[in-house]
Design a protein around this ligand. Structure first.
Ligand code: XIL
Length: 368
């Protein structure tokens, strides 16, 4: 007789075309009950530092949330707190309270806080729309980065200096996403931001962070190519840049371009850059409702993604965008039409580990 899990694996294939044979590493992983597994290294000993994005409300008010973060994470990053919208309510003010609290929490628990983010088209306070000239844009951008990176010098060791520089459907390899910085300074704002961050903290790891790099399809290949073009250009001009962050907001309904992603990671390594996963989750709005089946499909997508990365290099870190389905940004954009809650993250809403956590554990052990 087929076990319940094997039945689900078969259903997985029927529902989504994902072939998970019982003998494949993923099939074995999903079909083996956690209790029957060989002993695992704990998260503190995984081969890459694992972490998650923090939300301030539950961090302050919910002991289970705090405990889950402390138990699993070696790194954290604020879902907000270091975005312009949070730091810069007006041109003359810097408000560091939220970020300071996150940093204190991380330090108390022996975790690193990543910095997210210095240059982004999103989460911009309205006053920045009044930045009218190239000279003014340069002045504001430099002042912001010097002040923020300078304040956390030696304490925030990795910065998403530029977030999402490539448009969703780039018209050419040199297309850059519109923002006040792009409008006033053109592409040169990217190098300006990186150079300013390097001056403010010469030890910090400087990252360009991007999404939609990993799926099968022409649009995604164009986006990948445009990112490679930007990165090559920066390296050629000796602009300080240390790593590429793959956000990894995966879609349950989109297949991973395994060869394309591996080749991308290999190319970044050849340019001397690290690759890290900064915002992993699996958007499940288009997946079948049944929770067990959905959780396996989510795990299977993440498995394909992490396997393709590992085929070229071990990631310098893996962070998920939240730790529990209870607190996730996914329903803001990807609510399910059947009214069921999204399940994009490694722990469910009762802090129980899901198959996605098993997949993370698996790669954390150094298995592929
Ligand atoms: C999201 C946060 O999770 C939300 O709480 C906030 O309302 C909007 O921003 N890519 C990014 C993150 O780089 O900064 C976004 O975070 C999610 C998508």
């Amino acid at each position: 007789m087929l076990s319940r899990r094997e039945t689900l694996l078969t259903a997985l294939k029927a529902a989504c075309g994902i072939s998970v044979s019982g003998e494949s590493p993923l099939g074995t992983l999903l079909a083996t009950p956690a209790a029957a597994q060989a002993p695992l290294r704990p998260p503190s000993q995984w081969l890459f530092p694992f972490g998650a994005a923090l939300r301030d409300g539950p961090l302050a008010g919910e002991p289970d949330y705090r405990a889950a973060i402390v138990r699993h994470c070696r790194q954290v990053v604020g879902e907000g707190g270091l975005k312009w919208f949070d730091l810069r309510p007006s041109r003359d003010r810097f408000v560091f309270d939220q970020a300071d609290k996150q940093l204190a929490f991380a330090a108390e628990n022996g975790m690193d806080l990543r910095g997210h983010t210095l240059v982004w088209y999103g989460a911009m306070p309205d006053w920045t729309k009044t930045i009218a000239s190239a000279a003014e844009a340069e002045r504001e951008l430099v002042r912001h980065i010097e002040t923020v990176v300078g304040r956390y010098r030696g304490r925030i060791k990795s910065w998403d200096v530029v977030n999402e520089p490539i448009p969703d459907d780039p018209s050419s390899r040199s297309d850059i996403r519109p923002s006040i910085w792009q409008q006033r300074l053109g592409e040169s704002h990217v190098a300006l931001a990186l150079r300013t961050a390097a001056r403010a903290d010469p030890e910090a790891r400087l990252v360009i962070n991007e999404y939609d790099i990993e799926f099968v399809g022409e649009r995604f290949r164009r986006k990948r190519d445009a990112l490679v073009r930007l990165v090559r250009d920066l390296k050629l001009r000796n602009v300080p840049l240390h790593a590429i962050g793959l956000q990894g907001h995966l879609r349950g309904d989109l297949a991973i371009d395994q060869d394309g992603l591996s080749a991308f990671v290999a190319e970044m390594r050849a340019l001397g850059l690290d690759v890290l996963v900064t915002e992993l989750d699996v958007v499940d709005d288009k997946l079948p409702g049944q929770p067990e089946l959905r959780d396996m499909l989510v795990a299977a997508r993440a498995y394909d993604f992490l396997r393709a990365i590992h085929a070229a290099a071990r990631p310098a870190a893996v962070l998920t965008w939240g730790i529990t389905d209870k607190y996730t940004w996914v329903p803001i954009w990807f609510k399910r039409s059947d009214g069921l809650a999204n399940r994009p993250l490694p722990l469910d809403d009762g802090y129980r580990p899901k198959p996605l956590m098993r997949v993370l554990e698996h790669f954390g052990q150094g298995l592929h």
